[in-house]
Design a protein around this ligand. Sequence first.
Ligand SMILES: [Zn+2]
Length: 137
Amino acid sequence: MDDTGFEGQAGWAAELCDLCGAVIEDGGEVYFLVSDSSVVHRTDRKLDGKRMVVARGREHGRQLVEQCRARPFVELELWAGKIGRALDRRPEGLRKAELAEATGLTPVEIELGARWKAMSAVVWRAQFGTNGGGPPP
Ligand SMILES: [Zn+2]
């Protein structure tokens, strides 16, 4: 590793194919941008709902993009992510109007996103329990 923090060919770290998990060391990585309602960008709202994936060659990329398109894009999930990002940045809390401003969502979208997140938590607890998904106490 050099002082840039990267390693491998041409100064870049080796990638893993998001389809098959193979290490891509030959420069054959191909990048794609896919829709994904579970993704919110850390800082840039314009990138919300988009995820960059990498594949080993165009054929794996084609299959990967096909897989990603099969996953439903759930607006409520995206809204929940936007709410979570806004609240993470403001640990002191946000009033409704501030939350709307911070997320770019309408009050109805905020309500539905919050309900979706609460419902997801219920489903997650039913599936994995209340101890964080770790081994039973
Ligand atoms: Zn692959």
